[in-house]
Design a protein around this ligand. Sequence first.
Ligand code: TEU
Length: 546
Amino acid sequence: MSDFKDKVIYQIYTKSFRDSNGDGLGDIRGTIEKLDYLKSLGVDYIWMTPFFKSPLNDNGYDISDYLSIDPVFGSMEDVEELIAQADRRGMGLMFDMVFNHTSTEHEWFQRALAGEKKYQNYYIFRDGSPDAPPTNWESKFGGSAWAWVPALGKWYLHLFDKTQADLNWDNPQVREELKNVLRFWKKKGVKGFRFDVVNLISKPAIFEDDDSGDGRRFYTDGPHVHEYLKELVADAGIGDMVTVGEMSSTSLDNCIRYTNPGEHELSMVFSFHHLKVDYKGGDKWALQPPDFAKLKDIFTKWQIGMQETGGWNALFWCNHDQPRAVSRFGDDKRYWKESAKMLATCIHLLRGTPYIFQGEELGMTNAGYTSISQYRDVESLNYYQIMLQNGTSEAEALEILRQRSRDNGRTPMQWSGAPNAGFSDGTPWIMPPDNFKTINVQMEEQDEDSILNYYKTLIRLRKENPVISDGQIEFLCEDHAGVFAYRRFLDGDELFVYNNLTGKEIVLTDAAWAVHGKKLIGNYEGIQDESNHLVLRPYESIAYRP
Ligand code: TEU
């Protein structure tokens, strides 16, 4: 297993990172231009979202050829140069393997459509009649999970968009093809992999209706998922690389198995339960303010559960599918800087490997779009229609998208106050929020007190302090919903971390020691104490050694 505990990983959403040729889309050469920036941040690995050949219906998560580069992103030579240039700077690349499904434009699917039995067995086709899909399962992007092919008289399964057909992992030929993809990229010098929705790959032997849900209970962490992962990792020879699996609606018990080194599956996992605490009744499209007590319970359960069993978490607030953390859990207006730094502290000092999603280190905010014409995401556009059909008013639907759309995380990286935030000299495929004039790399590099510089410090601290990378964890202030606090400890070294999740001052009467301790990092000047009580200012974050 590669060593990843003191590492920090940066996620690039290629399409929105940096456009080098003025076509409005981010590309590989643009990423190469910015490697020095990533080096200065101090990150170790760079996870790039897919830039493989694709019709881009789901921005590259619909791959039509795993072994070639989509021309809008660049060429194979560009990718080789990217790998070499990152390597020269001591950073490793992680590529995004979308193995649950392919684009329907993939040659395998096209040959299946043309009637080749071999390739029909690469996917999940079922005979039937056009009015009765095999099951009542729903696609994660809305509507039925099955699409009808009249020419074949068959349905095929798509858990995501109808142009993303699910692969049949029970077919050993499919598993062999995918191992070859990994071998190919490993040989090119890639240092790790992120596996898209990899806990959905193993479907049940019998397909039946779900009378109490959308079908996910039948295929989430499915019957052969552990077996298939072990086989993939062993046969492709990637056991010594850094790997992370994206786990949709998973369970702690399964994640322990996915990441326990003795199981030889993955280095770490992304789970999403902590990012559903503002889903009313579990529904992403129903708004409610974040439930911080629940958030703390989830972190506690996963941190302690993984620690007790040798599992390992990927730590994150943001990615290209999520709204921006500072807008969602912080206050992106009055306490923009304080709350962005506080959220960073929460994650970076936990037990696990932290991920930074492009622009998070600047405190980038939600997009603030006011018209449906500004949105690009297939999920957002589908659900907008679904909401209107269900009687939601236009204004209400737009407000929901304003808070929940995946496009909030996909706006162009804010490099400077120049037009289009310095992302592109052409017309960006998606517009940046107006605040790029004040929230951008150029300004934050010059400001000692910036969010960017705070992230740099957190990254450095992880490398200098084994108590952060390797220490044990226990939770404090468990009954105090507004305070997320924990203690890290290792070989007599100790670190106490307090985060005020609220915009109000909070007085802690049981932290007298902290007042006399040695501050490691914090987002306010000095320490505010009243006769040995620790006073946490709005969104204050502090880490102390006693
Ligand atoms: O995401 C999987 C996933 O579960 C999310 O898309 C989730 O369903 C959504 O955020 C719920 O609102 C991965 C990729 O990260 C995403 O970009 C792709 O669209 C998806 O897989 C399909 O490949």
